[in-house]
Design a protein around this ligand. Structure first.
Ligand code: HEC
Length: 323
């Protein structure tokens, strides 16, 4: 379908099936409606006062069995072959791991590169191994017409070959908790050389640009600890600027007095360094009052934990007293 300008080969295929079924439906809608109107007029009581019973008509029986059968079989054939196409990635596809978690997507390339946005070259097959680190999510790229469940301890695969440069939405299709609707990301389709320059360019290679030559506003570079927390998913639930989210904001956290519930008992504590470490390593041990016990224990290397704690301490409330 040229006029739709599909963004991937599977979109071309599934749209073709869709329009085939749609066209059949329109033809039958018109045909049946016209026939109904014709019968209503032709066999009205005025023109046809005495009803006639018809018993059996072999020709008609065969016709209305054979025609739908053939049509259904063509729909089945068309649907099945396209389904197979969409399930089986070509052998030369690049394999990318898609990790879903509450409430963020992350992507891992064969060479170890990790991103929050899926970069892919145009006209190249990309195979996606989709898994979840917590609950069930749904990986959906509407523009590519690909959709697959992300299930804990199970890997589902899908693939695509983009046919147009551009940036396309990734959505989660399974209600996975309070911030489900914010669990969004993008697929960025770039020219192959731009992709290669980034992919083979080592850890410092700049990310390929979504649209060639489009001016991009310079983004402020976040502190490394923020990038780390972003990569670990902390910022899906915590802000560093005071914005309320699922978990308490980190702004002014260090040195704050707060109430926690520990083993069913309320206690008032001051957030000091041991408290920060405990809250991150064993989140369920004591839960901040007024918040759901929704914080997962995230695996962190000791150095990563140190880096995060050191950074959280810099966000202390100005008035708080701490050593
Ligand atoms: C799924 C959402 C979620 C994620 C992901 C998450 N947290 Fe939390 N976090 C919470 C919630 C909810 C609370 C408050 C309830 C509690 O204390 O368990 C919390 C509490 C905390 C606290 C204690 C805050 C206080 O007021 O004492 C710290 C520190 C913290 N998180 C750090 C982190 C870090 C660091 C990460 C990433 C490694 C992280 N969180 C990932 C939801 C999350």
């Amino acid at each position: 379908m040229d006029w739709i300008k599909e963004a991937s080969t599977s979109a071309q295929k599934s749209d073709a099936v869709f329009f085939y079924v749609f066209a059949l439906s329109v033809v039958f809608l018109v045909f049946i409606t016209a026939l109904m109107i014709y019968f209503v007029i032709r066999y009205s009581r005025k023109r046809h006062p005495k009803a006639e019973q018809i018993h059996g008509h072999t020709g008609l029986e065969i016709l209305w069995t054979a025609v739908p059968l053939v049509l259904f079989l063509t729909i089945f054939y068309y649907g099945w072959t396209n389904y197979e196409y969409m399930r089986k990635a070509p052998a030369d596809a690049m394999e990318v791991k898609v990790n879903a978690r509450q409430w963020a997507w992350s992507f891992e390339y064969p060479n170890g590169k990790q991103t929050k946005v899926l970069f892919a070259p145009v006209n190249r097959p990309m195979k996606l191994e989709v898994r979840s680190l917590d609950v069930i999510h749904g990986f959906f790229v509407p523009a590519f017409r690909i959709k697959v469940d992300a299930v804990p301890s199970h890997t589902n695969t899908t693939w695509f070959q983009a046919t147009r440069l551009g940036t396309y939405d990734i959505e989660c299709t399974v209600i996975c908790g309070v911030d489900h609707s914010l669990m969004l990301s993008k697929v960025v389709i770039v020219p192959e050389d731009a992709f290669k320059a980034w992919y083979f360019g080592g850890p410092d290679a700049p990310e390929p640009k979504p649209v060639p030559d489009a001016p991009r506003p310079a983004a402020p570079v976040p502190p490394p600890a923020v990038a780390l927390m972003d990569a670990k998913g902390c910022l899906a639930c915590h802000s560093v600027d005071g914005k309320p989210m699922v978990g308490p904001t980190f702004k002014g956290l260090f040195g704050r007095r707060e109430e926690v519930v520990e083993a069913g008992q309320r206690r008032t504590i001051t957030v000091d360094e041991p408290r920060l470490r405990e809250a991150i390593r064993t989140p369920m041990k004591s839960v901040v009052r007024g918040y759901p016990p929704a914080m997962p224990a995230v695996a962190l290397a000791p150095a990563e934990l140190d880096e995060i704690v050191a950074y959280l301490k810099t966000l202390h409330a100005p008035a708080a007293e701490h050593p």
